[in-house]
Design a protein around this ligand. Sequence first.
Ligand code: HEC
Ligand code: HEC
Ligand code: HEC
Ligand code: HEC
Ligand code: HEC
Length: 159
Amino acid sequence: MLVPSAVAAILFARWAFGAHPYAPQQPIDFSHRVHVADDKLDCELCHSGARRSPVAGIAPLERCIGCHKYVLTPHPEVAKLRRMWEAGKPIWWTRVYTLPQFVRFDHASHLLAKVGCETCHGDVASMDRITRVVEPTMGACVRCHRERRAPDDCLTCHY
Ligand code: HEC
Ligand code: HEC
Ligand code: HEC
Ligand code: HEC
Ligand code: HEC
């Protein structure tokens, strides 16, 4: 019986100490599945920086209100959105993907090279809550840079 209980202990440890991917709760329960899969909105409608800058950016509340002045106004999360907007408060979304300060990253280069968002962020269109399903490790970056013949010297990604 030693073997099965050892396996169980390892599984429990993995479950208890963060083997599941990171998926923080957000100040407003925003669903990508609803907006991307159901409503067919393009990623760049809300992440327009991705085409031209290092950061993808997140659309300001004003963009949300453009629709939600009319759409689904009785929904409690939409009501919360309107209250934040009316109070003129900025919204602080909790970051899901981050790199250390000493790493250089650029969304625009990847978009231009046709590396799809899902390569690094998974199937966002099916997610109700953003989950960090792909870890942005140096190994993963370098592996693809070699495959794609993108530059792989240290200074490409480090200051
Ligand atoms: C182009 C229009 C449009 C924009 C822009 C938009 N939404 Fe929505 N939103 C919708 C529609 C349509 C629904 C789904 C209505 C339905 O099918 O019940 C929805 C649903 C929602 C819901 C409730 C339903 C759910 O399951 O999540 C929330 C909360 C929400 N949106 C928040 C936001 C936030 C926050 C933003 C800005 C980042 C935003 N929306 C931008 C159109 C929009
Ligand atoms: C209607 C607006 C809207 C659309 C369309 C949209 N997003 Fe988002 N996205 C958001 C908002 C708001 C957040 C911050 C809240 C959250 O994490 O759910 C976010 C967060 C993210 C994050 C996490 C950023 C981080 O590290 O904190 C990723 C990755 C992302 N979106 C990718 C995508 C991709 C890929 C698509 C297209 C398949 C897409 N988004 C379409 C509004 C949108
Ligand atoms: C080659 C991998 C890769 C691709 C492709 C990629 N991302 Fe990212 N994304 C990252 C990494 C890594 C971070 C964290 C960056 C940091 O901390 O500086 C990030 C951060 C983000 C963020 C939060 C910070 C910010 O830049 O605003 C959003 C939103 C986002 N990505 C959306 C997208 C969308 C939408 C696409 C497709 C148009 C996309 N990403 C394509 C790797 C990628
Ligand atoms: C799936 C493949 C893929 C992954 C994963 C990937 N990259 Fe890239 N990266 C590319 C390609 C292709 C280019 C474009 C090279 C070019 O323009 O010649 C690029 C370009 C870049 C550039 C701009 C280089 C320049 O000199 O213009 C930086 C910086 C960069 N990547 C950093 C990263 C980092 C950091 C990660 C990991 C978090 C990463 N990349 C993950 C494929 C990838
Ligand atoms: C394509 C992008 C890319 C290239 C090329 C790259 N790195 Fe990195 N490096 C990263 C990313 C992303 C991280 C942070 C994530 C991690 O630690 O895996 C990192 C982390 C590191 C760290 C910190 C590791 C730790 O455990 O804290 C060191 C040291 C490092 N890189 C050195 C180098 C050296 C030396 C080279 C050249 C031989 C190099 N890197 C080339 C992307 C890159």
